[in-house]
Design a protein around this ligand. Structure first.
Ligand SMILES: [Zn+2]
Length: 211
């Protein structure tokens, strides 16, 4: 990836990037890095700038929202701190779970977005959201096991859910002495859902949202 900086009269500093993988011009808004416009390799930067200018109002509003959300983070939890913590903590934890439950993971990348907690590519690479540092460990593990399960089932079909539930059951049994895990057990045992572990943990996760 290569890039340059463009100064927009309203939006300020804008990062322009070229990407070999991009298929179209896209705009991303980040509370700390600001606005990033990515263009496919063969597209001139000027087209990216024009595209941004056609959506300037939207971008200004999105930037404002992103910065407000970032300001809502508790003291000491800037995105940069969370990223550093996530880089140190999450890949080793994912690899430990992968070893324990027999998965082969490719690349592990820490991402910052508000749309998902994690994702798994068809090549076996896993992205994890740095916001996972804001949730309790059992919920972190729930997401990590979810992404690992995608290495076997790249969908959310019945086999995926059955496998994830089996892993969660084993994992909670392994951590039975840990109070953080114990805290979820009453709700899990009271649940009449088909997959009580997944259902209960997914619901608990709703109390948090990626910012
Ligand atoms: Zn999934």
């Amino acid at each position: 990836m290569s890039g340059k900086v463009h100064i927009d009269p309203v939006l300020g500093e804008v990062q322009l990037r070229k990407s070999a993988r991009a298929r179209r011009v896209s705009i991303r808004v980040h509370p700390v890095r600001g606005i990033v416009v990515t263009v496919p390799y063969y597209v001139p930067y000027a087209l990216g700038v024009r595209f941004l200018e056609s959506r300037r109002e939207w971008a200004a509003a999105a930037l404002e929202r992103a910065r407000t959300r970032n300001a809502e983070l508790p003291e000491g939890e800037s995105v940069d701190t969370l990223r550093a913590q996530a880089k140190a903590a999450l890949p080793p934890r994912l690899r430990a779970l992968a070893d324990r439950y027999g998965f082969a993971v490719g690349r592990v990348t820490i991402k910052h977005n508000t749309s998902n907690w994690g994702s798994c590519s068809s090549k076996g690479n896993i992205n994890l959201n740095l916001n996972l540092m804001r949730v309790p460990v059992p919920l972190q593990d729930y997401i990590l096991l979810h992404e690992l399960t995608h290495l076997r089932h790249p969908n959310h079909g019945p086999k995926f859910h059955a496998e994830l539930e089996r892993l969660l059951t084993d994992h909670f049994a392994e951590n039975a002495a840990d109070e953080a895990f114990q805290a979820f057990l009453p709700a899990i045992h009271a649940s009449r859902a088909r997959y009580p572990f997944s259902y209960t943990l997914e619901r608990a996760l709703k109390a948090y949202r990626p910012v």
